[in-house]
Design a protein around this ligand. Structure first.
Ligand code: HEM
Length: 110
């Protein structure tokens, strides 16, 4: 599943140019420019940027995320993993704003 792969990539992949290109592709796949073209997904015609930003609050909520990180780790490590996860998510959300804010791409889908 691509979402599962993305979790693994967030944790383990080097954040290099390939990763930046992959970020751009994921952003585009939430806009009408590329949405539902991969795997012929059936869903809304676009995901608005405001919904991605709002979902960021859920994906970085410590009460939601920490239980996933807690398995077999001490509280200090869980805290550090949680902070690293949250930083990465906000970085990715910042990168995903590009097609929504760039004239000529999907700026009406904020
Ligand atoms: C923090 C916000 C979000 C994250 C981290 C996230 C993560 C992802 C990832 C990793 C993929 C697979 C992309 C790929 O491999 O190319 C994906 C695709 C998708 N996401 Fe999101 N997503 C977010 C927000 C949302 C929201 C708010 C919605 C809907 C309300 C949504 C709906 C979808 C759909 C329908 C796809 C399939 C797109 C396609 O290939 O046609 N996502 N998302």
């Amino acid at each position: 599943m691509r979402f599962q792969q993305w979790v693994l990539d967030t944790c383990f992949r080097p954040y290099d140019q390939d990763w930046l290109n992959y970020q751009q592709e994921m952003a585009l796949r939430h806009t009408s420019l590329k949405k539902n073209k991969t795997d012929n997904a059936q869903s809304a015609p676009t995901i608005h940027l405001r919904h991605i930003v709002a979902f960021g609050a859920v994906m970085t909520d410590s009460e939601i995320i920490k239980p996933f990180l807690a398995k077999g780790h001490n509280a200090n490590d869980v805290d550090r993993m949680y902070r690293a996860w949250s930083k990465s998510l906000w970085l990715q959300i910042a990168l995903w704003t590009e097609p929504y804010t760039n004239a000529g791409e999907a700026p009406n889908e904020w």
